[in-house]
Design a protein. Structure first.
Length: 172
C-alpha cells in the first residue's frame, strides 16, 4: 500500500477528519447518527479504506436560489469525513502549486482576504470582467482530471481504479 494512501486512513487522520466534518453540523441528524458509535464508525472507515472496499453513498441534491438558481449535491456525512481525510493528506501537495490570488477553501485565506484583495485591484484597475463558467465542474473531462491528479499525487494507490476508494461524482 502506498505511503500517501496509508496516511488517508490513518486513525488520527480519520479522527481529525471527523472533527472537521462536524464543524457547524452539531445537532444535525446525520452527524449525530455518525457520532453515536463514533469509534466503530471510524474503525469501519479505516477498514474499508485500507482494504479498498469503501464505496461513496448517494448524494442528496437540491436547489438554492442565492443569488441565482444552483444545483447543490451534498455528500452523506460519512463521505464528508472521508473527503476531509483525503484533503488533510493531499492539501499540502496541491497548496504549493496554487496561485497567490486563489482564496476559496485555503488555510489563511478566505472571503475577507479575497474582498481586501479585490478592493486593492479595484483601486488599481479601471475595468473588471465579471463572468461565470456555466456548469464548469460537471463538464470537466475526468480522464484529463485523473491524469493531472496522478502527476501531482506521488502515490498511485490514492487514485486506484478497480473498486475506486475515492472518486469524483457528477450530476450528469
Amino acid at each position: 500500500m502506498g505511503e500517501v494512501y496509508a496516511k488517508i486512513y490513518d486513525w488520527e487522520n480519520l479522527r481529525l477528519a471527523h472533527h472537521k466534518a462536524s464543524r457547524g453540523k452539531r445537532g444535525k441528524r446525520a452527524a449525530a447518527v455518525f457520532e453515536y458509535n463514533l469509534a466503530d464508525r471510524l474503525l469501519e472507515l479505516e477498514q474499508e479504506l485500507s482494504t479498498r472496499t469503501y464505496q461513496p453513498g448517494a448524494y442528496h441534491s437540491f436547489y438554492i436560489h442565492e443569488p441565482k438558481r444552483r444545483l447543490i449535491s451534498a455528500a452523506p456525512f460519512r463521505d464528508r469525513v472521508v473527503h476531509h481525510a483525503l484533503c488533510n493528506v493531499t492539501e499540502p501537495i496541491f497548496e504549493r502549486s496554487f496561485i497567490h490570488d486563489s482564496y476559496a477553501n485555503r488555510v489563511g485565506k478566505g472571503t475577507h482576504r479575497a474582498l481586501d484583495r479585490a478592493q486593492a485591484f479595484a483601486r488599481r484597475f479601471r475595468y473588471v470582467l465579471q463572468c461565470d463558467v456555466e456548469q464548469f465542474f460537471p463538464a470537466i473531462d475526468h480522464q484529463v482530471l485523473r491524469a493531472t491528479l496522478a502527476r501531482k499525487v506521488p502515490d498511485p494507490d490514492v487514485l486506484f481504479k478497480e473498486r475506486r476508494a475515492i472518486h469524483v461524482r457528477t450530476n450528469r
